[in-house]
Write a protein that binds this ligand. Structure first.
Ligand SMILES: *Cc1c(COP(=O)(O)O)cnc(C)c1O
Length: 374
């Protein structure tokens, strides 16, 4: 065959790009005239800290000025809150940006990026966008399985992504298991611990991964301001990593990847301990009540340590997840269908305000009693 490629008449994206199924965010539309409860994107019902809102407003006075490019003020605030060296922190436009930067820095054609069966979908997108090959490890009881992950590691595995706790299942790996995973990986494979929901976890055997990052050259931990801090719209994430990874990411990231208002609001938010505690308290209460309440209706709920629960519906006609979704939507209750995560019979419910949570329990009771749309 000739090595002259068949001429295309339009620009072609790199291989892998068109293999991506674009991420579909949680829905946000209710029927006209019905009060909307958006419980589809794991946002906090408490909103951001008032001091974060104030900092954001104050930043409006200097919108013509480029932000400080390293997000120094934000990295220092994060460093104070967690006892970390700000030099080992990278901030991004959401942790999604950081996951993409990691993929772009450590993966290319011929490399493999590994994640688990029901793992966060952004990993697959980031791996494919970098031109690399996604490899999926099966889970056990909707939970990451260390042995299954290690069994899929090959000499081509450059990055392993683990959401802990995972979205959309809400399950987690105890820190001992995370350490066992790390111990079984080649030293040249980067382990990414995505701890987007870490603040919510109350299990004694859980750790987000700071200790592991501090003692290894091949582990990073990513965090977000989108969940417990209530700043999803501002797009702020951060990463704690070894100096080598931090250096690589700082070379490839955009020079002003976090906006000035985001830096200011994030720094204020992480300093407001009382607001975080209130959000975690509200979550702990309703995580328990919703789990028990939904189970009491005869539905299976996966045990969650995060700010959402995965509810499993029967396959029988009229009672499926799709039927429930339609019924709840007609009541203004927007949950997240998770078919794209390989969970066609489940819906993910974010924990909302007391009013929203009670409305969900009442609507689900009606649905299980035979209530239908219309
Ligand atoms: C919500 C979420 C994130 C956060 O994404 P941002 O880009 O920071 O908003 C990261 N990882 C997981 C698993 C999530 O569910």
């Amino acid at each position: 065959m000739s090595d002259i490629a068949i001429a295309s008449t339009v620009p072609q994206p790199r291989s892998g790009a068109l293999a991506i199924d674009a991420y579909v965010p949680g829905g946000s539309a209710a029927p006209a005239g019905v009060k909307l409860y958006k419980l589809s994107s794991n946002e906090t019902p408490l909103g951001p800290s008032p001091s974060a809102i104030e900092a954001f407003r104050a930043a409006a006075d200097t919108l013509e000025i480029y932000p400080e490019g390293s997000s120094r003020v934000l990295r220092e605030a994060i460093g104070r809150a967690h006892g970390l060296d700000p030099e080992r922190i990278v901030c991004g436009a959401g942790s999604d940006e950081l996951l993409s930067l990691i993929a772009n820095a450590y993966l290319g054609p011929g490399d493999e990026g590994l994640f688990t069966e029901h793992g966060f979908l952004v990993y697959k997108i980031a791996i494919l966008a970098a031109g690399a090959t996604p490899v999926v490890a099966p889970e056990t009881a909707l939970t990451a399985d260390v042995d299954a992950i290690l069994a899929r590691v090959t000499p081509k595995t450059r990055v392993v992504f683990l959401a802990n706790p995972n979205n959309p299942t809400g399950t987690y790996l105890p820190f001992d298991e995370v350490k066992r995973l790390h111990a079984g990986l080649p030293r040249t494979t980067l382990l990414v611990l995505d701890a987007a929901y870490a603040e919510y976890v109350r299990a004694n055997d859980y750790a987000a991964g700071i200790e592991l990052v501090s003692g290894a050259e091949n582990v990073v931990m990513t965090r977000t301001f989108s969940k417990v801090f209530g700043l999803a719209s501002l797009r702020i994430g951060w990463l704690y990593g070894p100096a080598g990874v931090v250096d690589a990411l700082n070379r490839i990231r955009g020079p002003f990847n976090v906006s000035g208002p985001a830096i200011a609001a994030g720094a204020a938010a992480i300093a407001d301990r009382a607001h975080i505690d209130a959000a975690v308290e509200h979550n702990a209460r309703w995580l328990g009540e919703l789990t028990e309440g939904v189970r009491g209706l005869g539905l299976e709920v996966t045990p969650s340590v995060a700010n959402f629960v995965l509810i499993h519906f029967p396959k029988e006609a009229g009672r499926t997840a799709a039927d429930a979704d339609a019924f709840l939507t007609s009541r203004g209750l927007i949950l997240r269908a998770v078919k794209s995560y390989g969970l066609p019979d489940a819906l993910r419910l974010s924990i909302g305000t007391e009013e929203a949570n009670r409305a969900v329990l009442a609507a689900l009771a009606e649905f299980m009693a035979g209530g239908r749309v219309g």
